[in-house]
Write a protein that binds this ligand. Sequence first.
Ligand code: PAF
Length: 283
Amino acid sequence: MIVCRTRVELFPRIAEWKRAGVQIGFVPTMGALHDGHLSLVRVAREHARQVVVSIFVNPTQFGPNEDFSRYPRAPERDLELLERERVELVWMPDASEMYGHDEQITVDPGPVAKVFEGVVRPEHFRGVLTVVAKLLHQVQPDVAVFGQKDAQQLFLVRRMVADLAFPLRIVEAPTARESDGLARSSRNVYLKQVEREQADALWRALSAGKGLIMRGERSLAAVERSMRDVLASVPGCDLQYATVVSETGFSACDPLAPSGRLIIAVKLGSVRLIDNEKYEVER
Ligand code: PAF
């Protein structure tokens, strides 16, 4: 497995693969890898011969009071896991390699970045799209794999790739879950034991909402209420949003569209958790 820490190391490798016409699959990560990330790697492998994974804790997507400095970091273990997955190349720049001294241009993530996650994390998606744009230019993949779990991020990455004509395909990989339904996330390590026990409520709420839709409910308010009722029974659970959005605009619609996504964000103690589930009903 090749590990590149500078663009001088990375670019000739990528150029060689490009010259040889080899398909490159890419999984961008912030490290602290878990089974969820490894499942993205396996999806990338289905689409490409060479798999590149980036590990970069991107400072520009964290707000001033967020967890950038304490975000879990485990580079040695990450490399071991990726080696076991037979990843061909790991791109591990540091912040000065990724960002120059005086960069002035960023990606404007548009109106969808202002709702849901964007309400509590106002500059988050500008940071995400800017670093994803850089990573895509650096790695030049044919396919990039993003997890379903960060649904708004996935929506915005897809929009950026479409609107700014990036020449690659974005693939959505299903969320990896613990046995009680909790979506795997690097931030789950922050949960205290009691919060971890309560955290299955997100999946229970999504399942309740989806069950209602699959049984024919089309009222947005009714589905939102069913999710809220589940979460209301969890002491100390601060609900930030629980709603249903369309796949086309990532906005709530009433009556519900034939396909869409239930999305949830809560705070359990000091930990923010998000999750989502797709649905599709017969038209
Ligand atoms: O989903 C993540 O881990 C990050 O937002 C990403 C896409 C690697 C950009 O920093």
